[in-house]
Design a protein around this ligand. Structure first.
Ligand code: G4P
Length: 542
């Protein structure tokens, strides 16, 4: 490529990168994540959706049994990515499962995001699942925007909500807008930045047609717009806000020191557009991606690179194929590109790249940093794999958690053994649980490990639905596991509960933390790791 052509290509990548925002919504189940997603799509008019769409209507249309289970339990097990355009921006929304048992999958999805939107139920505040997800974002340095939902319902007092965010999550909450009334009195929001008032009409559709430009909270025109007592409390509250709460600082937000807070009602489509407009201004474009040993990857001046954060089997029964979801980190992706596959150390041609809309799929010909593409995966791609058109960058690795619940798995029908083997291999590849083999425990049966019981249930249902294999799971007494560096494996005393996962990484299982501590005391030369990767191991030694 000539120098001018190269410069031109980089300019395109730069412009496309700058207009992208890649984000995930985190919430405790029932806070309104699905509803907010649907409303956001209304503003964009979804152009592409990837993965299992969780819009309620589609949920109802989903036929497979484990999707039924999703409905029964009111949770979303699969995570999806969807793309939409709004006011010249391209938004990539990564949908994250909202149940704690699926934390591993959720964690990995969050890592593919540049910003997180934390949805809180105004009546419930900060709930357990939110805390867990919040911590992942914080550890990873992902800035967080807060949307306080269900303002049309009885709420906690607003100041106690802000205090809760600060005390429980340890991040300063800066309201960008302030509600006028709450619950049955909810009448609108005031934008602190430009002093515009958005009135809430309690009619279907909710949102006010146009904003009223006030001269400030004391503007006499407001007297006729709101009930006396609502306006009086609003004026008192805003005085406290302006006097006692600091201003928004972009720098502090990008460093996860503060979270800007918005208020609204997703189901009534109120406060969403205001939120979205602010969001586009403050959420960072996918400009840099963290490298493992410090530093950041420049998305514009580096050729194409990306990492696989999710693998999903049987997205569509008609196709019966597996899809690997890749987040583009740098450069331009073009269909047909030949890339270096970091883990396998070989070249792979990416000829089938897709975006999904429910069960339909569209070919993706090009993609830019921040975008998510689905690649047909004949077993070539595993979670965490890095692909690159040039030298494979050492992107910060995805966290791999040590499972806390274990069981042996057996197929109860000999006629289904072949599909059973295929099923466990493919589903383990999705990362929904860990599949181990062991010479010591399990009596020759595969050993499975997960973060929670529900993962086991889903695994069983899917083996039956998608592979026709009925199974039995026998829970084992282990509750603690840790990974071992390969060079320490020969030092492990005989009789220890040594297991190996499908990527040949070794782990030790213990019945309790106490037992693990005892083992470590007896065998101080063996390093017990929280993560299986070599890179993290060397960091720990330093
Ligand atoms: P989730 O994905 O976080 O689990 O929550 P989801 O959007 O499914 O919302 C959970 C429930 O809360 C839904 O009611 C939804 O309609 C309701 N909801 C969402 N936003 C608001 C809001 O701003 N105000 C009020 N009052 N309710 C809200 P549901 O009865 O469980 O389901 P549906 O029958 O309405 O679909």
């Amino acid at each position: 490529m000539s120098e001018t052509a190269l410069g031109q290509a980089q300019k395109t990548v730069e412009a496309e990168t700058k207009r992208r925002r890649t984000f995930a919504i985190i919430a405790h189940p029932d806070a309104g994540k699905t509803t907010l997603t649907e409303k956001l799509l209304l503003y964009g008019g979804a152009i592409q959706l990837a993965g299992a769409v969780k819009a309620r209507k589609n949920r109802k249309a989903a036929t497979s049994d484990w999707m039924e289970m999703e409905k029964e339990k009111g949770i979303s097990i699969t995570s999806a990515a969807l793309q939409f355009e709004y006011k010249g921006h391209v938004l990539n929304l990564l949908d994250t499962p909202g149940h704690e048992d699926f934390s591993e999958d959720t964690y990995r999805t969050l890592i593919a995001a540049d910003t997180a939107v934390m949805v809180l139920d105004a009546g419930k505040g900060v709930e357990p699942q939110t805390i867990k997800l919040f911590k992942v974002c914080r550890d990873r340095g992902i800035p967080i925007v807060t949307f306080v939902n269900k303002m049309d319902r009885p709420t906690k007092t607003l100041f106690s909500l802000l205090d809760e965010i600060e005390n429980v999550l340890g991040i300063t909450a800066i309201p960008m807008v302030w509600p006028i009334g709450t619950g049955v009195d909810f009448s609108g929001v005031y934008n602190r930045l430009d002093k515009k008032i958005y009135t809430y009409d309690k009619t279907p559709g909710g949102s006010s047609k146009s904003a009223f430009q006030s001269s400030g909270v004391d503007d006499p025109s407001l007297d006729s717009m709101f009930e006396d007592w609502v306006l009086k409390s609003f004026r008192e509250e805003i005085e406290l806000v302006e006097g006692g709460i600091g201003d928004f600082s972009l720098e502090a937000f990008l460093e996860s020191k503060i979270t800007p807070v918005f208020f609204g009602s997703a189901v009534n489509n109120f406060g969403i557009q205001l939120f979205l407009d602010h969001f586009l201004q403050i959420a960072p474009p996918p400009l840099y991606f963290p490298l493992d040993h410090g530093g950041k990857l420049d998305p514009v001046r580096t050729g194409f690179s990306g990492f696989v954060f999710k693998v999903q089997a049987n997205m569509n029964k008609a196709h019966r194929d597996r899809i690997a979801f890749l987040r583009v980190c740098s450069g331009k992706f073009e269909r047909g590109l030949t890339v270096n596959h970091g883990r396998l150390g070989k070249q792979v041609k990416l000829s089938s790249s897709f975006a999904f809309f429910g069960q339909d799929r569209n070919t993706v010909d090009e993609a830019f940093p921040g975008d998510i593409i689905g690649l047909v995966n004949p077993g070539t791609f595993a979670i965490g794999d890095i692909l690159s058109s040039g030298k494979v960058p050492d992107l910060k690795p995805l966290p791999v958690f040590a499972p806390e619940i274990f069981g042996t798995l057996s197929c109860t029908e000999t006629g289904s053994l072949k599909s059973f083997r295929k099923g466990i291999e493919q589903l383990a590849e999705e990362g929904i649980l860990h599949l181990f083999s062991s010479q010591v425990i399990g009596g020759g049966l595969p050993v499975i490990g997960a973060m929670g019981q529900l993962q086991f249930e889903v695994f069983r249902r899917r083996l039956l639905d998608e592979y026709g294999a009925p199974t039995n799971i026998n829970i084992l007494p282990y509750q603690v596991s840790c990974w071992l560096p390969e060079e320490d494996v020969p030092k492990v005393p005989t009789g220890s509960n040594l297991v190996q996962d499908s990527l040949k990484r070794s782990a030790l299982l213990f019945e309790s933390e106490w037992e693990k501590g005892y083992f470590q005391k007896k065998n101080p030369e063996i390093r017990l790791l929280d993560y299986p990767t070599q890179e993290i191991q060397s960091d720990e030694i330093e």
